[in-house]
Design a protein around this ligand. Structure first.
Ligand SMILES: NC(=O)c1ccc[n+]([C@@H]2O[C@H](COP(=O)([O-])OP(=O)(O)OC[C@H]3O[C@@H](n4cnc5c(N)ncnc54)[C@H](OP(=O)(O)O)[C@@H]3O)[C@@H](O)[C@H]2O)c1
Length: 277
């Protein structure tokens, strides 16, 4: 079976990614949320356009109460996936969680809030990989899995082209402001440094999965509201997008990732352009 793990599936971009995978691929989707499973399940069933018991509903499992500041929820979630789907089942681990405290001056730094940024934006992604990367197929397992697709009636990879059939994908939502090379203005200390540290984690030389740090542009979700305001409108020429536009860009980039020089891991923006670390 081919599984996508969407950590942070309750957020603007996580919800859109999970519902796209339910609507347009045959992947089994494990949607992880910090909040209550029932609430997210209802949202995802209605967003993905089918009721439980029909195609996409049957492929959805929502695991609630997974706060990535704590390890035990992630450990339990990975155990559930392993028991239900087997140990070489995971094709995509997407870490979507993130928080922003936009400090403008050193005097605005609060230790507890800054620590939370690191626990969620950096170490939460690292712990998610700690528990789910062992469920990613080796290259040999993936080749065996591919044989089972060929034996299928549809003869097709359940990922439907969203992930290359030749690799699995570790995908973390980073941000251009985490680029040290690109930092012209300073400020936003905890967010910038937590994303820069996340990027370091994403430098990965594993042979079984490709790891990508991704900058989505400004996407109009609760996350960006505190910076652009709640009545901001999409403005694509200036890099500001609706959630729908954001998820289309994200999928466009995911689909291009290949095990080659150009795409075999790194930091990319919504246009598929490399961002300097
Ligand atoms: N939106 C933008 O313009 C923009 C720009 C650059 C980068 N990004 C990055 O994109 C990612 C997704 O952001 P978004 O726009 O979709 O924001 P969002 O709607 O605010 O979603 C944030 C997600 O983080 C999760 N989260 C927060 N604390 C958590 C915790 N302790 N444990 C588990 N999950 C937790 C939230 O889950 P709960 O609801 O369950 O708490 C929610 O699913 C973030 O990493 C962000 O840094 C966003």
């Amino acid at each position: 079976m081919s599984v996508a793990i969407i950590q942070g599936a309750s957020g603007g971009q996580g919800l859109a990614l999970a519902s796209h995978l339910l609507r347009h691929t045959g992947l089994r989707v494990y949607a992880l949320t910090h909040g209550k499973a029932k609430v997210l399940e209802e949202k995802l069933v209605s967003e993905s356009g089918e009721g439980k018991g029909s195609g996409s509903g049957e492929r959805l499992s929502v695991l609630g109460g997974v706060d990535i500041r704590e390890e035990d929820g992630l450990e339990k979630a990975a155990k559930t996936v392993r028991e239900r789907e087997g140990k070489s089942s995971v094709r995509l681990v997407a870490c979507m969680a993130g928080i922003l405290q936009p400090e403008k001056s050193l005097s605005a730094i609060n230790l507890d809030t800054a620590l939370d940024a690191f626990r969620i934006n950096t170490l939460g992604h690292l712990l998610t990989y700690k528990h789910f990367v062992p469920l990613i197929p080796t290259r040999r397992d993936l080749a065996d899995l591919a044989k089972s697709w060929r034996e299928d009636d549809n003869n097709a990879d359940p990922a439907g082209g969203v992930i290359s059939p030749e690799n699995s994908l570790c995908w973390s939502m980073s941000a251009r402001v985490g680029s040290i090379a690109d930092n012209q203005k300073g400020g936003w200390y905890s967010y910038r440094s937590s994303k820069a540290a996340l990027n370091q984690i994403l430098v990965n030389k594993s042979s079984s999965a490709i790891a990508i740090a991704y900058h989505p542009g400004t996407v109009l979700t609760p996350f960006s509201q505190r910076v652009v305001g709640s009545d901001a409108k999409p403005d694509p020429p200036h890099g500001r997008f609706s959630v729908q536009q954001g998820v289309e860009h994200m999928l466009g980039v995911m689909k291009r990732v290949r095990r080659d020089e150009e795409w075999g891991g790194g930091f990319f923006d919504w246009e598929g352009k490399r961002v300097e670390w």
